[in-house]
Design a binder for this molecule. Structure first.
Ligand code: SF4
Length: 254
């Protein structure tokens, strides 16, 4: 295995384990064969499918985009990080861009989102839509985006350097959309947005600052699909958001 690929694999594994820890997972079952493969030297035969070597071509992201359409056009031809290599579509975000009450931000597109070029359209997206409706909004009334705009291969966690390369787009989107409140979904998105190492379990339910806008961290809907018992605390977080916005919670979320 090429050394860089080996190191990328280890970095991805570290990110994944960190994410699981942050989400409260205390025990993971790992096949002995997997441990044996990980113990191989980088120079030995490849055992894991590798990502193609990305021909990254960095272009500075302007800091004065005049519209979201300009940002989306820039994103669609972006090759600033290796994630461009495996994407089918870029996913810049969608929704009400005219000072919506809420901007929801996740970590990155999955397979369904990559296929459709739209954020949160898979199972986790359907749950997010239910959460939005439980708050008394229609999905079209809020804006939904991700920290990275291209799907990480195999739905792996985006690497810190990939999030760093992509964040200028999101910062520009936030500047133009001007949401009243941001809801950050999951540990990875919070790390990308705030650069904080504290886990989502500690940060959720506490107001943070993102680009001068109040940000509420909470669990990602995909985590709620794996552990529905966490829906209760997410609803508590969303109630804090509604209170900040001066709205009554819908009875649907109770
Ligand atoms: S993830 Fe972001 S920085 Fe990376 S290629 Fe896609 S748009 Fe560019």
């Amino acid at each position: 295995m090429a050394e860089t690929t080996f190191h990328t694999l280890i970095a991805n594994l570290e990110n994944y384990l960190e994410y699981q820890r942050d989400e409260g997972v205390q025990r993971l079952e790992v096949d002995r064969a997997v441990l044996a493969e990980l113990a191989r030297e980088p120079s030995e035969e490849p055992v894991v499918a590798t990502e193609p070597t990305a021909a990254v071509k960095e272009v500075a992201v302007p800091d004065n985009f005049g519209s979201l359409e300009e940002i989306s056009a820039h994103i669609s031809s972006c090759r600033n990080c290796p994630l461009f290599h495996a994407r089918t579509n870029t996913v810049s975000g969608e929704g009400n861009a005219d000072s919506p009450d809420i901007l929801f931000i996740g970590e990155g597109p999955g397979a369904d989102e990559d296929a459709q070029g739209r954020p949160f359209v898979g199972k986790a997206g359907q749950l997010l839509t239910k959460m939005i409706e439980a708050m008394g909004y229609e999905r079209e009334q809020v804006f939904i985006a991700n920290v990275v705009k291209c799907r990480p291969p195999g739905n792996r966690t985006p690497l810190p350097e990939e999030m760093e390369k992509c964040m200028p787009y999101l910062r520009q989107q936030i500047r133009l959309i001007k949401p009243r409140v941001i809801v950050g979904l999951g540990a990875t998105a919070i790390k990308g947005l705030l650069g904080k190492t504290a886990g989502i379990t500690r940060l959720r339910g506490t107001w943070q600052d993102c680009e001068g806008i109040k940000l509420m961290p909470t669990f990602h809907p995909s985590y709620l699909l794996r552990d529905p018992s966490k829906k209760k605390v997410v609803w508590q977080d969303l109630q804090l958001v509604l209170k900040e916005l001066g709205r009554e919670p819908s009875s649907k979320g109770k």
